[in-house]
Design a protein around this ligand. Structure first.
Ligand code: NAP
Ligand code: ZN
Ligand code: ZN
Length: 352
């Protein structure tokens, strides 16, 4: 392998109020533990929009989003043992972490105090910040590269598992979604549609909560046993004290009390949506009178991400996607904000 830095084509933005456009970016010279990946597809996560538009604090420009990356190994460093040239692999939200803290040692790199996210994270090589998967190629330490066991024909639909999949799988597993448990999934977008598929495959009774009456049939096809339109107060009241677990993926602030009321005694509401402004505070009596809990969960660790990918391969689970060209990214963002996506846009990197 020739260890030289390379330039590749990418799509990114120069400012929060500018559209994404074609860019040329530099990838580091691969080191002994690095894997060079030719990116085939990259999913579009709502986090990409939050970040590139600086809705969360601290976006660095140019910003190249993308953390649902799949492709093929083009080269490996001399010390790489986990991956070989030609393997199908994926990269999610993390490309490094401190590796020494209790979280890293537990395989929970997602909770490390010094994670290096796939975009907008600190990096010394090249100096600046990490640039994500809306690009032709990426160089990543093998520890943060995942093996894909799905058939190659499904590769585009595997991409969203690297964020939407693990972000829903991890809390479903942690809070015990499975046979005998009633699980709600709120917001049927990229994350939510994976939440329905995964909760169903784990054996739970699954209920979709959506603001969109138009998604009723689709939510059933995705794995929900039942669908509740959350704008319907009577339908919500009928769900009172029913759920062991509710996974909330909504990308905007909303009323949490209506969801808390749906939990049984000891039921858990887990927030994974990351809106730019806070939710209205819930009423504490909705928590204490039934010993209910509110939690947050961020993506998942590297071992659990591999476990999720293998679980999905074994169960034939992929995302429902709409494949787009790179020059459709800006339009795709607008459509996502209108809720007009079934259920994940995936960029064909051959068009970048
Ligand atoms: P998405 O595809 O845009 O889906 C969000 C869904 O939320 C929509 O489809 C919609 O579902 C529902 N929704 C209801 N009201 C909304 C409103 N006013 N604005 C937007 N959505 C509304 O987004 P996503 O990619 O699934 O991401 C969802 C959220 O999770 C984002 O905030 C993202 O940043 C965050 N996220 C967090 C993590 C983590 O580690 N915790 C990881 C990835 C993403 P209905 O039509 O069914 O109501
Ligand atoms: Zn994401
Ligand atoms: Zn750490």
């Amino acid at each position: 392998m020739t260890a030289t830095a390379s330039t590749v084509r990418a799509w990114g933005a120069h400012a929060a109020d500018r559209p994404l456009e074609p860019l040329v970016i530099t990838r580091r010279a691969p080191g002994a533990h690095d894997v060079v990946i030719d990116i085939a597809y990259c999913g579009i996560c709502h986090s990409d929009i939050h970040q590139v538009r600086s809705e969360w604090a601290g976006t660095l420009y140019p910003c190249v989003p993308g953390h649902e990356i799949v492709g093929r190994v083009a080269a490996v460093g001399a010390q790489v043992t986990r991956h070989r040239v030609g393997d199908l692999v994926g990269v999610g939200c993390l490309v490094d972490s401190c590796r020494h803290c209790p979280e890293c040692e537990a395989g929970l790199e997602n909770y490390c105090d010094h994670p290096v996210y796939t975009y907008n994270g600190p990096t010394a090589d090249p100096p600046g910040h990490t640039l994500g998967g809306y690009s032709q190629r990426i160089v990543v330490d093998e520890r943060y590269v995942l093996r894909i066991r799905h058939p190659e024909a499904q590769l585009a639909a595997v991409a969203p598992l690297l964020c939407a999949g693990i972000t829903t799988y991890s809390p479903l597993r942690h809070w015990g979604a499975g046979p005998g448990k009633t699980v709600g999934v709120v917001g049927i977008g990229g994350l939510g549609h994976m939440g329905l598929k995964l909760a169903r495959a784990l054996g739970a009774q699954v209920v979709a909560f959506t603001t969109s009456e138009s998604k009723r049939q689709a939510a059933l096809a995705l794995g929900a046993h039942e669908v509740v339109v959350s704008r319907d107060a009577a339908a919500m009241a009928a769900q009172a004290k029913r759920f062991d677990l509710i996974l909330d993926t909504v990308a905007a602030p909303h009323d949490l009390d209506a969801l808390l009321a749906c939990l049984k005694r000891d039921g858990q509401l887990v927030l994974v949506g990351a809106p730019a402004t806070p939710h209205p505070s819930p009423n504490v009596f909705n928590l204490l009178l039934k010993r209910r809990g509110i939690h947050g969960s961020a993506i998942g660790g590297i071992p659990e991400t591999q476990e999720m990918l293998d679980f999905c391969a074994a169960h034939g689970i992929t995302a429902d996607i709409e494949r787009i060209r790179a020059d459709q990214i800006n339009e795709a963002y607008e459509r996502m904000l209108q809720g007009d996506v079934k259920y994940r846009f995936v960029i064909d990197m051959a068009t970048v």
